[in-house]
Write a protein that binds this ligand. Structure first.
Ligand SMILES: NC(=O)c1ccc[n+]([C@@H]2O[C@H](COP(=O)([O-])OP(=O)(O)OC[C@H]3O[C@@H](n4cnc5c(N)ncnc54)[C@H](O)[C@@H]3O)[C@@H](O)[C@H]2O)c1
Length: 334
């Protein structure tokens, strides 16, 4: 899935601004620089930019350790990333990927400034998780405004949910799709905006049931993970969640889904278990404890282990794509 050294339609590497160098932004900078583009990483905080470059170098070392990158490529890739706190640097770029905090006012103010500074050709892509950015941005960037919702860490998780706005030019969608494919990503196109897009909506629906099962004392958290790993974990990569119905039989699916006896959770509730853990400071890996205990491992080791396994999973998924997709062109790197 590597998109290293790939050039744009025009034969040149693109000039891409990543705005916001936080959790997502630094990973997006890595992804685009690894794909051969010139990246300008922008943040309002100089310290965050410094940290971003250090993190990018560390993540690239993991690729080297996994045998997926030559050591000498690290300096070449990092060399394609410049950093700035100056908004005025925006004007000459082909694409701006906005990854500033998920706050309506911050995003609105960013778009207003960007709209004035960028050229009439610049594609503006938002990495928002659920905000309707089309209603926040000024009228004259609407034709080239899209949502590109990446997943953390974006240099390892290939999905990008690309969402059309009411006035988005279809050529902008196609251009972005090609750029993402060339960078090794797996874009899907959404015809219109819905908060949470596909995957976060599915995760949210699952979350309702997960906390219902935990809070109700039906099963311990680790047992849920073990159950999913040994069933959906094996099946979903091969069959997805829709094709799976074809294999189960649509007649059976109709029967099961028409039967109300399971009585699923149909609303979000504040989970007392979750509330209790947060109140004790157990906020997950960053605190050394969440549902699981991570003491004895530092954060780098935890992420390194995760990333190594994700890299191997990607190789397997790539093989599955080739075998299971009836249309082999579906993911063609055009
Ligand atoms: N964290 C995730 O897992 C995840 C996944 C997918 C999408 N997202 C979305 O990505 C976006 C960024 O999320 P994050 O988790 O990286 O947030 P973050 O808080 O880690 O990073 C945001 C960065 O933006 C900077 N910033 C604030 N105002 C700015 C401005 N005007 N110009 C440039 N930089 C500015 C902040 O200093 C900060 O470093 C959000 O819209 C979020 O919903 C996050």
């Amino acid at each position: 899935m590597s998109g290293e050294g790939v050039e744009s339609d025009t034969g040149n590497a693109l000039q891409i601004i990543i705005a916001g160098a936080g959790t997502m932004g630094h990973g997006l900078a890595l992804l685009m620089a690894k794909a051969g583009h010139e990246v300008l990483l922008m943040d309002i905080d100089e310290g965050i930019l410094d940290r971003a470059i250090k993190l990018i170098e560390a993540h690239l070392s993991s690729f080297v350790e996994a045998g997926q990158l030559d050591t000498n490529m690290i300096s070449e890739i990092v060399g394609r990333i410049r950093t700035t706190t100056e908004l005025s640097a925006i004007k000459t770029q082909d694409i701006i990927i906005e990854s500033v905090p998920e706050d309506q006012d911050i995003k609105r103010s960013f778009y207003e400034k960007v709209a004035i500074l960028c050229s009439a050709e610049t594609i503006v892509a938002s990495n928002t998780s659920y905000l309707d950015v089309f209603s926040l941005a000024p009228a004259f960037i609407q034709e080239r405004l899209i949502i590109t919702h990446f997943f953390e860490p974006p240099y390892l998780i290939p999905l990008v949910e690309v969402v059309k706005g009411p006035q988005t030019n279809p050529e902008v969608i196609q251009k972005m799709r090609k750029i993402l494919l060339k960078a090794g990503q797996r874009p899907i196109i959404m015809e219109k905006f819905i908060p949470g897009f596909v995957v976060n909506r599915l995760q949210r629906a699952m979350g309702r049931e997960i906390f219902h099962l935990i809070d109700g004392g039906f099963v311990k958290p680790e047992e849920i993970d073990k159950a999913v790993l040994a069933s959906l974990g094996v099946r979903i990569p091969v069959l997805g969640v829709v094709r799976r119905y074809d294999f189960a039989g649509l007649d059976l699916a109709l029967k099961v889904l028409s039967n109300p006896s399971i009585g699923l959770m149909d609303k979000d509730t504040v989970s007392p278990t979750l509330k209790g853990l947060v109140a004790q400071g157990y906020t997950g890996v960053k605190a050394g404890k969440g549902f699981y205990d991570y003491h004895g491992q530092n954060l780098e080791q935890i992420y390194e282990k995760r990333d190594r396994l994700l890299m191997r999973m990607r190789e397997v998924i790539e093989e599955i794509e080739k075998v299971m997709w009836q249309n082999p062109q579906a993911y063609e790197k055009t």
